[in-house]
Design a protein around this ligand. Structure first.
Ligand SMILES: *[C@@H]1O[C@H](CO)[C@@H](O)[C@H](O)[C@H]1NC(C)=O
Ligand SMILES: *[C@@H]1O[C@H](CO)[C@@H](O)[C@H](O)[C@H]1NC(C)=O
Ligand SMILES: *[C@@H]1O[C@H](CO)[C@@H](O)[C@H](O)[C@H]1NC(C)=O
Length: 392
């Protein structure tokens, strides 16, 4: 406990005085939670949160070792002071996906400011839900494991999220969130289990994390600004994606995104920008992808503005999303397909200001042919050595 309080003080940069007020700890077991993985402990978690949230002093919700079953839970604010949600054990979801597959969320932090989530494992028990989806049966839409909505000044460290039904971590309408030392995993065949999804949010940083998933490791939706993504191991998964954009006609843009020091292992894509072929007010600008290693990624560098699954209102249109100022710098490794760089931009809004610098991508199957680049409606500049030869 002393160690936890110390960390608490460090995390929040508390003064010595407020660190003394360390008695404000709400242990879920003392409030009735059972560490057996079977008894519904939702009420105890809600009780601990309510007490911490109304505390005049910085408070801690403490989840000790053991397995705690909880149903969908909302940890809402505004709260009176800062809260540390410290987890030593594992929080598990009911195995029957109908219990929470319709709620959209499992663990939801709503309208909170100054919350730190530290340690522990969250296991959404998604296997039966994926089986339902993959068999094309009648399934509920599925829940995101941990969501932050309309919240700010949040820090999540050392959290492990496994087996989510849908996205693992979801950030929507938030400001100033740091995720660090995360371990996220779901099998490659689990549908839509994106690692971290961000939309309508600013000042989000994701560092030093390992993400394995059946969809995007990180997906960046409309209205995402000032993002820093650094030190990520991605794969299996669909890569790091800006998009899908242009789902809606009136849509906010994505800008100031910096992705660096990432390794993609056996992923479907590496760094991707993707939009539907539909009219849109959206844009993508001032993006940097830098210091990246591809190990057998299928589409290492790709812009696809003609996304049109099931041909819905997008076949004969071009994308309204305006892409400009995208830098690809020091990207190396192997491509699992021959086209290692593919810029398929909108015919009505060509991509502008793409910058390539020091790229070396080779086709994994050296015995057949060398790697290629492909450009449609794309312009920009080249610097340094570019392999395969640039089409810009
Ligand atoms: C961002 O959030 C952190 C807590 O995670 C806090 O320490 C910091 O002061 C916040 N920054 C701003 C500019 O509010
Ligand atoms: C986009 O590319 C197509 C095919 O190369 C070309 O016909 C068309 O004029 C281009 N559109 C613009 C706006 O440059
Ligand atoms: C590599 O390419 C050759 C020639 O196209 C093909 O016969 C072979 O099966 C390919 N190997 C792999 C591992 O894809």
């Amino acid at each position: 406990m002393v160690k936890i309080m110390l960390l608490y003080c460090v995390l929040f940069l508390f003064s010595a005085a407020s660190c003394q007020a360390s008695s404000v700890v709400y242990n879920v077991v003392k409030l009735g939670a059972k560490p057996d993985g079977k008894t519904d402990s939702t009420k105890a978690f809600h009780k601990a949160w309510a007490l911490a949230c109304s505390s005049r002093w910085p408070a801690m919700v403490y989840v000790p070792r053991g397995m705690f079953l909880i149903k969908p839970a909302v940890f809402g604010g505004p709260c009176k002071n800062k809260i540390l949600f410290s987890i030593d054990g594992t929080i598990v979801a009911p195995s029957n996906y109908w219990v929470f597959g319709n709620s959209g969320f499992w663990i939801l932090f709503y309208k909170v400011t100054g919350v730190a989530v530290y340690g522990g494992t969250v296991d959404a028990n998604g296997a039966s839900f994926w089986a339902c989806r993959n068999a094309g049966k009648n399934c509920p839409p599925g829940a995101r494991t941990m969501s932050f909505v309309a919240s700010s000044n949040i820090m999540v460290s050392r959290l492990r999220s496994i087996n989510s039904q849908m996205f693992h971590i979801s950030i929507d309408q938030c400001h100033n969130i740091t995720l660090e030392d995360m371990k996220i995993s779901a099998p490659s065949w689990s549908p839509n289990t994106d690692g971290i999804h961000i939309q309508s949010s600013t000042g989000i940083s994701i560092t030093n994390s390992v993400i394995k998933s059946g969809d995007d490791c990180i997906s960046i939706g409309p209205g995402s600004k000032n993002l820093l993504i650094h030190g990520i191991a991605c794969g299996p998964g669909h890569g790091i994606s800006i998009g899908s954009l242009a789902l809606h006609k009136k849509e906010d843009g994505v800008e100031n995104v910096r992705v660096s020091s990432v390794v993609f292992k056996g992923t479907q894509n590496g760094v991707r920008i993707k939009s539907w072929g539909r009219p849109s007010t959206g844009y993508v600008r001032n993006i940097v992808f830098q210091n990246i290693i591809m190990e057998y990624a299928s589409n290492p560098i790709i812009i696809d503005q003609n996304y049109c699954p099931s041909a819905k209102d997008c076949l004969k249109h071009s994308s309204g999303v305006k892409i400009s100022g995208v830098t690809y710098k020091n990207i190396r490794g192997t491509s699992a397909t021959q086209v290692a760089m593919n810029f398929a931009c909108s015919s009505s809004n060509p991509c502008k200001g793409l910058k390539l610098e020091d790229i070396k991508l080779t086709y994994y199957n050296r015995s057949s042919a060398s790697a290629m680049s492909s450009c449609k409606n794309a312009s920009g500049s080249n610097k340094g050595v570019i392999i395969p030869p640039s089409c810009l």
